[in-house]
Design a protein around this ligand. Structure first.
Ligand code: PLP
Length: 423
């Protein structure tokens, strides 16, 4: 750790929250250089939905490397890419009756978001993007302009423009439908608000505090998009690839986004890869208009093809939903045990959050959990939410082991609070 502290930039972040030198990852466990085991409730911020070093993908990857398969391909045609596209079409798109073209925008989530914003602006010839409070879409300038977090925005070093931030579902409490508010601005010629090219939304704001948009609100947003000729961009970077149960988190809402951003767990193995899906009529790019050197990570294509085989039946989704209910029951139990300090439990499938008050309790619990062998992150602009994000492939025993550490950490932190209050 000393070498990292000496040489790596001050910008480093997760190694501060989890101060250990990690060496090995297997399934839902990480091991540090001293051999200490950690239950992984973080999953590479959603990039490891299938666990660490998944055997099925590892085997395909080793086979591919040993056969001297293409490693780097820009966007040249390769057998690995062809197989991935065929698999994605037959396992994901066609069974869902979805017709989309696939763009390889560059390896990270923010690359996908930037490509979607660019395309929406090009098609509509409008420049504003409607985004929502507490959203997070990435750290490049276009994505930052549509993200809410002040600390992250401040890092931009210039004025972030061409976005229009509106209240997300539930921002003013359950009684207020925030879309009425948005609609009022958009329809009023005197509001001073230009019509946006697109609305970009997460079904659950994972980084923003595990805020869940209800399905009716999402349908309402789609209607607004149609009413004002805005494109609907779904950021599925953290919620996609089965995190909430179905492959796409928006499926149960019955909506049909114009553009879909995917990354994180699409490669399945933690290898960098992103996709931007667009309805065929929106594929108005000119050849090479959005290029990039690292759009052809063929190793990621190989593991992604294998990852998608989890979706050949509905068993994987059902299991995720079952384990998601188990997580929810556990968190609701904690909330009942500590009614004064738990402000809420929310999530869907295997992304579940528990909010604490005062807010610093969540970070203290995460740190205590870490000492006891658990990797779990906080989320929200005030870091008040403990966000549980285990691998979808986690076994029941490992899941319960993580719950036990959380219970112990909460109880420890509460005892400390009590004793410092009476001191
Ligand atoms: N969008 C969402 C919803 C995210 O959660 C993230 C990352 O956490 C991003 C975009 C940005 O992805 P990346 O960090 O790969 O650029």
């Amino acid at each position: 750790m000393k070498t990292i502290e000496r040489l790596e930039s001050e910008v480093r972040s997760y190694c501060r929250s989890f101060p250990a030198v990690f060496e090995i990852g297997k399934g839902s466990f990480l091991y540090d250089s001293k051999g200490k085991q950690y239950v992984d409730f973080f999953s590479g911020a959603g990039a490891l939905n299938y666990g660490s070093n998944n055997d099925r993908m590892k085997e395909k990857l080793i086979e591919y490397i040993q056969s001297d398969g293409i490693m780097h391909g820009l966007d040249m045609a390769t057998t690995a890419k062809q197989q991935l596209l065929e698999q994605f079409d037959s396992v994901i798109l066609r069974p869902r009756n979805m017709s989309y073209k696939v763009q390889f925008p560059g390896p990270t989530g923010t690359n996908s978001v930037e490509s979607a914003l660019k395309l929406a602006r090009k098609i509509t010839q409008r420049h504003k993007i409607l985004c929502f409070t507490n959203a997070f879409h990435g750290m490049t300038l276009g994505s930052l302009a549509i993200s809410g977090n002040t600390v992250k925005r401040d890092g931009a070093g210039l004025v972030l423009t061409h976005s229009l931030c509106m209240p997300y579902c539930g921002y003013f409490g359950e009684e207020v439908n925030t879309l009425d508010y948005v609609d009022r601005f958009l329809r009023d010629d005197g509001s001073g608000v230009d019509l946006p090219a697109a609305a970009v939304v997460e079904t659950i704001q994972a980084e923003g505090g595990v805020n869940v948009a209800d399905f009716e609100w999402l349908r309402g947003l789609e209607e607004l998009c149609r009413k004002y000729n805005m494109l609907l961009i779904l950021d599925e970077i953290q919620t996609g690839c089965g995190r909430t149960g179905p492959f796409f988190s928006f499926e149960p809402a019955g909506i049909s986004p114009d553009l879909i951003c995917l990354s994180k767990s699409i490669s399945g193995y933690g290898l960098p890869m992103a996709l931007t899906l667009m309805k065929p009529e929106l594929d108005q790019w000119k050849p090479g208009e959005h290029n990039g050197t690292f759009r052809g990570n063929n190793m990621a294509f190989v593991t992604a093809t294998e990852a998608l085989s989890y979706w050949e039946t509905d068993e994987f989704q059902r299991e995720t939903e079952r384990k998601g209910r188990k997580m929810r029951t556990f968190l609701e139990g904690l909330a009942a045990q500590y009614p004064e300090t738990v402000a809420g439990v929310r999530g869907r499938g295997m992304i579940q959050g528990i909010q604490f008050q005062p807010e610093m309790l969540a970070s203290e619990i995460a740190m205590e959990g870490f000492r006891r062998g658990l990797i779990v992150e906080t989320s929200g602009s005030d870091s008040s939410v403990l966000k549980l994000l285990p691998a979808l492939t986690i076994g029941d025993r490992e899941l319960e082991a993580g719950f036990e550490i959380i219970s112990e950490a909460v109880s420890h932190v509460m005892d400390e609070e009590m004793s410092s209050a009476t001191r």
